[in-house]
Write a protein of this length. Structure first.
Length: 97
């Protein structure tokens, strides 16, 4: 757990900040995980979520961004393969009845 200061108030955790502002903890966590400025200072990600600062497309990303992207692609491929297998099984049953 990491404490940080946002608007002059110290928060003991990102979850505490999210509860106070009604924001998604997963979204804040993902921003801090994927962008270097937010990784160093979670208050930057808080400003992005509140709309005080815009998240630029040119924002530098962390290594974990590429890693998560590769994992997501692998999960998506596995899901597609399962769906195709199910559809082949359904088509086979329809043809054979």
């Amino acid at each position: 757990m990491r404490s940080f200061v946002h608007d002059g108030i110290e928060y003991r955790s990102m979850r505490e900040w999210c509860r106070k502002f009604g924001q998604s903890w997963e979204k804040l966590r993902r921003l801090c995980r994927h962008y270097q400025r937010a990784y160093k200072d979670p208050a930057v990600a808080c400003d992005w979520l509140l709309g005080r600062e815009l998240l630029r497309p040119s924002e530098q990303r962390t290594f974990k961004y590429e890693q998560d992207k590769a994992h997501a692609r692998a999960r998506q491929e596995a899901w597609r393969e399962r769906q195709e297998a199910v559809m082949r099984g359904v088509a086979h049953r329809i043809v054979n009845t």
